[in-house]
Design a protein around this ligand. Structure first.
Ligand code: PMP
Length: 291
């Protein structure tokens, strides 16, 4: 369960219990997956609860709405303030934060003239756990960037993610890794990919992936640490012949990959650049260092 009788959520400016939020049975979000959302984390730091990259996440929520012609009636600073209030009301500081823009009743396939915003918070451990991953080369491809706006965090895109994760788990793997429509490595169902080879870090270029906020942070950390980052298109063979790899995302944080389709990556994660970046990422979210 994500809530109990004391849980409070934000809905269109008010704080209410989740069961007081009536999602209309004729909502376009429910019927067509037409809506957008975010995944944000706050951390308990020496300075109290800190929402990591709050502005970037709410800006991406706004941008997702713009890309999909969904009205977004909110100021980012107001939403950040309300999210801090929501954390306090729920007595949470280490938390996962889920804003979602839900659409009104409309059974037509037309753009809406209004929307609702909900924000939920709950305690959630690292999404992919803390053990090194055994990753499956998915039979599913990421959505074609000309079939949708792939850089929008749209609800409907996550059917593809659920299919890929379910397939990987049904075959005994921890998580999937999907290619793009041209057969290049793209991303995990809910995280971005980084590959270490010959002392350099490689990551799929933007265009066929969600532009992850953690991905940007990892690139900035690499710049700070003097690690070269190459953003390009990489075939699956590149990963098969890599030294080490990891996924990153707000929910997953930074998590090492040990096997890709049962091929063991030769460099132990503890000796990899991924480990160094994982350690620095942790310090950053806890406000112990800055970029
Ligand atoms: N790719 C996909 C498909 C995702 O769902 C996520 C999680 N939002 C990411 C990458 C990582 O993005 P972020 O670092 O902004 O959480």
């Amino acid at each position: 369960m994500y809530y109990n009788e004391k849980t409070i959520i934000f809905k269109d400016g008010a704080f209410v219990h989740p069961e007081q939020t009536k999602i209309d049975a004729y909502s376009q979000t429910l019927h067509y997956g037409y809506g957008v959302f975010e995944g944000i984390r706050s951390y308990e730091t020496a300075q109290g609860a800190q929402i990591f990259k709050a502005k970037e996440h709410y800006n991406r929520l706004k941008r997702s709405c713009e890309l999909l012609s969904i009205p977004f009636n909110w100021e980012v600073d107001y939403l950040i303030e309300k999210t801090y209030e929501l954390l306090e009301l729920n007595h949470l500081s280490d938390a996962y934060i889920r804003p979602i823009v839900v659409l009104n009743p409309n059974m037509s396939l037309t753009a809406p003239d209004n929307s609702s915003l909900l924000i939920m918070v709950w305690e959630w451990g690292s999404y992919l756990g803390d053990k090194l991953l055994n990753v499956f080369a998915s039979s599913y491809l990421r959505p074609h960037p000309k079939s949708t706006h792939i850089e929008a965090k749209a609800n409907g895109h996550y059917v593809n993610s659920i299919l890929a994760t379910s397939e990987a788990k049904s075959k005994g793997y921890d998580e999937a890794l999907l290619n793009d429509v041209d057969g290049f490595l793209a991303e995990a169902p809910g995280a971005n990919l980084f590959i270490e080879k010959s002392g350099k870090i490689h990551t799929p270029a933007l265009g066929n992936i969600l532009p992850g906020i953690t991905r940007s942070v990892v690139i900035e950390l690499c710049n700070k640490l003097g690690i070269e980052v190459i953003q390009d298109r990489f075939k699956p063979e590149f990963l098969q012949e890599a030294d080490a790899a990891f996924f990153c995302g707000t929910a997953a944080e930074v998590i090492g990959i040990k096997y890709y389709n049962d091929i063991e990556l030769p460099l132990s994660f503890d000796n990899s650049l991924g480990k160094k970046l994982q350690t620095e990422y942790k310090k950053l979210v806890l406000n112990q260092i800055s970029l």
